[in-house]
Write a new protein. Structure first.
Length: 267
C-alpha cells in the first residue's frame, strides 16, 4: 500500500520519473545527527525508507572526499561522499546541515533503475564528487537522457562565505571556470556557489540542464525548517535525503496511481 508522505518529507512538484522514490527531510522529521553506526541512525533511516515506500536503506560515513561507493546491500557501507545502487527497493541516504545533497535517478537502456546521491560539501565539490558519481552510474548503464537530478535545500550563494584559500583551491582543481562560482558578498570574502558548481559537473557529465532541478532554498538564510551548521553551530541536527527505486511498474498502473494520489514522493 502506498501511503501519503508525512509533513516532514519534501519533494519538488513536477519532477517525475517512473519508479523513482526520493525526497528530503526537514527538522520536524527524524534527526540524522547520531553516529552512522548507531541504532539511532538505523532507526532514522528506517523511518525515511518507510516514508518513501522502499524496503531498505544504505548510507556511508561522509568524509568530504571525492569517493563513490556502490550499494548492493543495506546498512552502513563505509566512508564515501556518494553512493549509488541499481537494487530495487534499496534507497541510498545522505545527511547534511548546509552541504548540498544531490539526488540522481534514472534508468538503463532496459528500463532498470539506477539511483544515487552525492554529499557536495565544498571539499567534495572541489574533488568533483558529483562528476565522479555520474561517471560510476554511467559506467553502470545509466542513460543520461533518462536521468534527473535534484539539488536539495542547502547553503546558497547568498550566504555561503568562504576564504580566499577555498577559491584558490577550487580554481586549481576545477580550472579557471571556477572563478565565476565565487560571487562577492559586499565584503572582502567571497561566497562559493556550490549549486552552480555542481550543476556544471552534471552538465559536463551529459545531463541536460533542463533535467537538473534546484530547490533554491538556502539553509543558512533560515528559509524553511532546516538545520544549519553556519547558523546554529556544529552541534545542530542533520536532515537527510534519499534516492531509490521500486523497480519497473506497468505504465497503466502508474497512470492510475498518479491520478489518484498526485502528492506522493517520487511518483
Amino acid at each position: 500500500m502506498i501511503k501519503p508522505r508525512p509533513d516532514w518529507l519534501r519533494s519538488l512538484p513536477g519532477v517525475q520519473l517512473t519508479g523513482w522514490r526520493w525526497g528530503w527531510t526537514t527538522a520536524a522529521g527524524p534527526d540524522f545527527q547520531a553516529p552512522v553506526d548507531s541504532p539511532d541512525q538505523s532507526e532514522a533511516v528506517s523511518r525515511l525508507v518507510a516514508a518513501v515506500g522502499l524496503r531498505d536503506g544504505a548510507w556511508v560515513r561522509q568524509v568530504h572526499s571525492g569517493t563513490v561507493l556502490r550499494a548492493q546491500s543495506p546498512g552502513h557501507l563505509g566512508e564515501a561522499d556518494a553512493l549509488w545502487t541499481d537494487q530495487p527497493g534499496l534507497g541510498v541516504v545522505g545527511r547534511s546541515a548546509d552541504c548540498p545533497l544531490i539526488l540522481v535517478g534514472g534508468t538503463n537502456a532496459a528500463g532498470r533503475g539506477l539511483h544515487g546521491f552525492a554529499h557536495a560539501s565544498w571539499r567534495s565539490t572541489v574533488a568533483q564528487i558529483t562528476a565522479n558519481l555520474l561517471r560510476e552510474m554511467l559506467a553502470g548503464g545509466l542513460r543520461p537522457d533518462r536521468a534527473r537530478a535534484i539539488i536539495c535545500p542547502s547553503a546558497g550563494p547568498c550566504c555561503y562565505e568562504v576564504g580566499p584559500e577555498v577559491q584558490a583551491e577550487a580554481i586549481a582543481n576545477l580550472g579557471p571556470v571556477a572563478a565565476q562560482w565565487f560571487p562577492g558578498l559586499g565584503g572582502s570574502r567571497p561566497a562559493f556557489d556550490l549549486w552552480r558548481a555542481n550543476e556544471a559537473q552534471m552538465e559536463s557529465s551529459g545531463l541536460a540542464a533542463r533535467h537538473i532541478y534546484r530547490t533554491s532554498v538556502c539553509t543558512i538564510c533560515g528559509e524553511g525548517n532546516y538545520y544549519s551548521c553556519r547558523r546554529e553551530g556544529p552541534r545542530t541536527g542533520r536532515i537527510a535525503a534519499i534516492s531509490g527505486g521500486v523497480g519497473r511498474r506497468p505504465a497503466s498502473c502508474l497512470t492510475k496511481i498518479q491520478a489518484v494520489v498526485p502528492t506522493l514522493v517520487g511518483i
